[in-house]
Design a protein around this ligand. Structure first.
Ligand SMILES: [Zn+2]
Length: 228
């Protein structure tokens, strides 16, 4: 059963999805922040997405009144949380590119849907556990770029996401190797992860923009060893 304080946020997501969320899916959505990554910053980021905690232009207008605040990217006056992270045309194009890149890398369908990309509801075939883990990391990093560029007119940039994926992906590979060496991890997955990383080459980044200083200075999550 869904507890009362969470009923409001569940209703918001149901409105955005245009359908009811079954209880078992809602439990998965609420547990996803703990499972999305071993990194606490990414867990917290996903928690903030599920609970829609960011201050949006619409929320600022509702709180302070006065002039209606618009989406900094497309100028829409309907700039609520779902608009900012998903339905803004600029963000929508970004997600199209993120998911098609992942399909290309993993040779597996990654649905470009609100429930998959934002809430983590996508099918996870068991034999491809490394693939699932990689998708979770990639989607978390895609959201991280949206958050880092929250007020920027250009919005999230695919080239920055690709760079993040390479850096964080390599750090994850090192962490998996350390766990295997110490015997913490019974199933050896580091070499499978390394295979995926080997195919992560992004020679065709089109919109690289080195003037954005939001990214590139934060260290990758090496050494953060809490269990995913
Ligand atoms: Zn917009």
């Amino acid at each position: 059963m869904v507890q009362r304080p969470l009923a409001g946020i569940k209703r918001k997501w149901e409105e955005a999805l245009g359908k009811e969320i079954p209880d078992e899916d809602w439990v998965r959505i609420l547990e996803y922040p703990q499972k999305i990554s071993r990194n606490t910053r990414l867990k917290y980021l996903q928690f903030n997405y599920v609970h829609q905690t960011y201050l949006t232009p619409s929320k600022i207008t509702a709180i302070y009144g006065g002039e209606v605040r618009k989406c900094p990217r497309c100028g829409s006056i309907e700039a609520d949380f779902v608009h900012m992270v998903w339905s803004c045309p600029h963000t929508g194009m970004y997600w199209e590119r993120v998911t098609s890149k992942l399909q290309q890398l993993l040779h597996r369908a990654v649905p470009c849907t609100l429930e998959a990309c934002i809430l983590g509801l996508f099918s996870r075939p068991k034999p491809k556990k490394v693939g699932n883990r990689f998708i979770d990391l990639a989607l978390a990093l895609a959201k991280r770029q949206i958050s880092l560029n929250w007020k920027a007119a250009h919005g999230p940039q695919i080239s920055k996401w690709e760079l993040d994926l390479m850096r964080w992906g390599k750090a994850e590979e090192q962490a998996l190797r350390r766990e295997e060496t110490r015997g913490i991890r019974k199933n050896p997955v580091a070499s499978l992860w390394a295979e995926v990383m080997h195919s992560v080459e992004f020679p065709d980044s089109e919109d690289s923009d080195d003037t954005d200083e939001d990214n590139g200075t934060e260290p990758p999550p090496i050494g953060d060893l809490d269990t995913p």
